[in-house]
Design a protein around this ligand. Structure first.
Ligand SMILES: Cc1cc2nc3c(=O)[nH]c(=O)nc-3n(C[C@H](O)[C@H](O)[C@H](O)COP(=O)(O)O)c2cc1C
Length: 187
């Protein structure tokens, strides 16, 4: 799919068809993050694929979001911030969360491109999920991503206007003192 189409098509889908999503779609989405940027080029992310319906049931309870039960396939995105902290100290913890977020987005776009539907779920009880999936204490749980195929259309219009400034905070007009280079002159 064309890049703009994928970006536009991606939606948080919370209602899935009965048709189950194949684990291969999850593997391909996870694999796509190998091209992501990582601070110090250190990939500190871990992914857990969950197909067991009992576990999905329990994780849905940890999130207090019943719609997750409609999915037969979850991906949990986890990070080991200690690896980045070793390189960058305190700031490494920020990098770790940032690169997890970037990877989650890549994953969601790849799933969209594959015709699947998903949602970034960030509200859950960490400890309960940790217990169910045996995730070590030092690992952060960054997101739960239920995957399936969208039932019905999501036509809700977007309203997230980017807040954009020129040269300094709050300046909404581009100063006219600059010349107008041709678009993509340097390519
Ligand atoms: C950090 C983060 C946490 C989120 N947590 C949840 C969640 O727990 N449950 C949920 O249904 N959606 C969750 N969402 C999805 C947002 O609600 C959704 O992205 C937003 O409403 C915009 O809709 P769209 O993704 O369809 O463009 C989360 C999104 C982000 C970025």
């Amino acid at each position: 799919m064309e890049f703009d189409k994928v970006v536009e098509k991606r939606r948080s889908i919370r209602s899935f068809k009965k048709k189950a999503a194949n684990w291969r779609v999850a593997i391909e989405a996870i694999d796509s993050i190998r091209n992501n940027p990582f601070a110090g080029n250190k990939n500190n992310l871990h992914f857990i694929i969950v197909e067991d319906s009992k576990k999905i049931d329990n994780i849905s309870k940890c999130c207090e979001q019943d719609w997750i039960l409609d999915s037969n396939l979850l991906v949990l995105v986890c990070s080991d911030e200690s690896l980045i902290e070793e390189m960058y100290g305190e700031r490494g913890r920020i990098y770790s969360r940032q690169q997890a977020g970037a990877a989650i987005m890549t994953l969601l776009l790849k799933l969209t491109d594959a015709g699947a539907a998903a949602c970034w779920v960030g509200a859950y009880n960490d400890k309960e999920i940790r217990d169910i999936l045996k995730i070590p204490e030092k690992i952060n749980i960054e997101a739960v991503i239920p995957i399936g195929y969208a039932s019905g259309k999501n036509e809700k219009p977007r309203k997230n206007e980017p807040k954009m400034y020129w040269e300094s905070w709050g300046e909404r007009k581009r100063p006219t003192i600059f010349t107008e280079p041709g678009i993509h002159d340097n390519i």
